[in-house]
Ligand binder design. Sequence first.
Ligand SMILES: *Cc1c(COP(=O)(O)O)cnc(C)c1O
Length: 388
Amino acid sequence: MASKQKRIYLDYAATTPVDERVLEAMRPYFTQVFGNPSSTHTFGQEAEAAVEEARESVARTLNCQAEEIVFTSCGSESDNLALRGAAFAARQQRGAKHLLIAAAEHHAIAHTAEQLDRLYGFQVEMIPVDAAGRVQVDEVERRIRADTALASVMYANNEIGTLNPVSEISEVCRARGVLFHTDAVQAAAHLPVDVQALKVDLLSLGAHKFYGPKGVGALYVRKGTPLIPSQTGGGQEFGLRAGTHNVPYLVGMAEALRLAQEERSDRAARLQALRDRLIGQTLENIPGAFLTGCPVRRLPNHASFVFEGVDGNTLLRLLDMEGFACSSGSACKSGDPKPSGVLLALGLPPKLALGSLRVTLGKDTRPETIEDFLATLPEVVERCRRLA
Ligand SMILES: *Cc1c(COP(=O)(O)O)cnc(C)c1O
């Protein structure tokens, strides 16, 4: 049980609280403007106007046209629609069956690609990452074939914070006529998401990672990109994603994205200083501690480590007892823990990968909190080592 006195959230990569301003923007759309946007009467038209306004707002932020934004139910669904939609369309149109996926992707990409390979006859090829978790542009280029349907490389890694050279990879893909998708779910709170500058064809977003509500997302689809819908039914979302719109959540996502991008630079500068203090002190004060991911090209709010001789799940439990909510890379909450695929892709030994810790900061994180955490962590790591 977590202590009642102190509860400190340091897991903003898992999810963020809804910004009060976002909640206010959403409120009227639960009870007052409640129509179905697909209805022709005034109730419906009012709701439809709200959806289209949200679409225009998201499009402005991404520097694209409103018709290029497809609303979905989450970041995972956006990833699924991008991968399945582009893969099936490319095979139908030109017999393409080869997919390039980076080795450190989120499960929403990795498990979708695995299924496309196992059950649907696609050939999925992994693009390796370096020891910092970064994809090298030439590793993508040399794997492109005449029958490559799509390449997918995430913008920022949720587990290790590493940033990928997205615009350079997309340039190579574009030159070779291969569609390029990026999972920007973790990046959108902290990095620019101008799809023209990034030169991507498809880009996934999930609102709850940038102070919007859970259960809503968006996929940018560059005009002319062939996609086969993965959820069929009504004609919503240009026929690409059936289902009655979640109007308040779409309004909330648009406002959250606008605010996140507007406030991004100031926030990043403040958080990066705290992050660097956290990383520096942890590596200095704890023997057998290593940073995972890239020391330089990483999310401004993201610190991730492995500790020798530590079980990550035990570490999380002990930290929670001290009032700190963090995360680790291992997939299992209990029982037989498996090292994270992302950490293994970096080339870490499995035993060391089991001792992982992720500490992610957010807009409410104060400097005193980081000092408090730094004062607690060495002793907790020591206790873990004695328990191992
Ligand atoms: C959280 C996350 C997802 C999944 O988004 P949901 O909205 O939770 O489905 C996908 N990719 C990355 C990189 C994420 O961080």
